[in-house]
Design a protein around this ligand. Structure first.
Ligand SMILES: [Zn+2]
Ligand SMILES: [Zn+2]
Length: 100
């Protein structure tokens, strides 16, 4: 699917893989630990370019529901632009973290 962020290049957005829930959990955890490793993991496992992998990592939410850019915390869709600041968020719902 194509995702777009008004703050980031390329303007036309990028095409992202359909990540399985286990992959989302893994990528979220990796991204919190090390965005660099997460980027490399995406390049190696999903055969994406460095640019696309970095784009994905930049937009993965570290906390479900909370915008990465402005701390707005009522995001309720998976791939959505923040109503406050307009930034794209990969607001993945995974079973990481325990808290509901
Ligand atoms: Zn962005
Ligand atoms: Zn925001």
């Amino acid at each position: 699917m194509i995702v777009k962020c008004k703050n980031c290049l390329p303007k036309e957005g990028i095409d992202i893989p359909d990540f399985a829930i286990a992959e989302k959990s893994k990528l979220m955890a990796l991204t919190v630990q090390s965005p660099l490793h997460s980027t490399k993991y995406i390049i190696d496992n999903f055969k994406l370019s460095h640019r696309d992998a970095k784009y994905i990592v930049t937009h993965i939410n570290k906390i479900y529901g909370q915008c990465n850019r402005c701390k707005f915390d009522h995001l309720d869709e998976e791939y959505m632009s923040c109503p406050e600041c307009g930034a794209l968020n990969f607001n993945w719902k995974t079973d990481n973290g325990g808290e509901i």
